[in-house]
Ligand binder design. Structure first.
Ligand code: GTP
Ligand code: MG
Length: 204
């Protein structure tokens, strides 16, 4: 890695209904361990450094416990964050149906539609108690324009890392100047190839 390059600060907020595994996910990502029971009241900010695609990232992850927190405090946490992990449990239908409300609130607060977000469907180890299918999760992620990961925080650290890294990539990509963005480059490439195909058709 080029040592002259600066560290990129990335702030993530973890949101979702009670008992979905938000704290478990944060602790798993930071310590790689799953300990089972977690404090439900504390709001905690985790800090760590990671290298993502050769980019040094200084990460802060805010874990907000689910409670009837005031809209104002939720709003200020949303303003603080660059990216969002929206967590539901596949065993808790209510936690899934809560997601669009949260996403709408985030979009409204951030005044935008391209807010980096990954939807996390947790507790896949509890297949027998499943109340939300994977297809429903995928469809919701598509409708809300989020990334999507089904995983079990209890079972695999790798899937947790992949979900957080996916979100970091979305944030870092959005912070790049417009022409450097991967998504921008892809749009230009598609537009160009469409144009080339069309002009070819016209010629022949
Ligand atoms: N079986 C199983 N249990 C899990 C998993 N992830 C979390 N849990 C359990 O679910 C319960 C709730 O986890 P928490 O991480 O405290 O949930 P939370 O979303 O932080 O809850 P609040 O802080 O109250 O909003 C705990 O008993 C965890 O051990 C998982 O992947 N599988
Ligand atoms: Mg918690």
């Amino acid at each position: 890695m080029d040592s002259s390059r600066k560290t990129v600060p990335v702030k993530l907020l973890v949101l979702g209904a009670h008992n979905t595994g938000k704290t478990a996910l944060c602790v798993r990502f930071i310590t790689k361990r799953f300990i089972g029971e977690y404090d439900h009241k504390k709001e905690v900010t985790y800090r760590c450094n990671r290298v993502v695609d050769q980019e040094a990232v200084e990460l802060e992850i805010l874990d907000l416990p689910f409670k009837e927190s005031s809209a104002a405090s939720l709003e200020s946490s949303i303003c603080w964050a660059d990216g969002f992990l929206l967590v539901y449990s596949i065993t808790q239908r209510f936690s899934f149906t809560e997601i669009p409300r949260l996403k709408t609130f985030i979009d409204k607060t951030k005044h935008g539609l391209g807010v980096p977000t990954v939807l996390v469907a947790n507790k896949t180890d509890l297949e027998i108690g499943r109340e939300v299918t994977m297809e429903e999760g995928q469809k919701m992620a598509k409708d809300l324009r989020c990334g999507f990961r089904e995983l079990s925080v209890a079972e695999t650290v790798l899937a947790v890392e992949a979900a957080v890294f996916q979100l970091i990539r979305l944030v870092v990509d959005q912070q790049r100047p417009l022409p450097d963005r991967r998504s921008y480059m892809l749009t230009v490439r598609h537009a160009l190839s469409r144009k080339l195909t069309r002009s070819k058709t016209m010629q022949w």
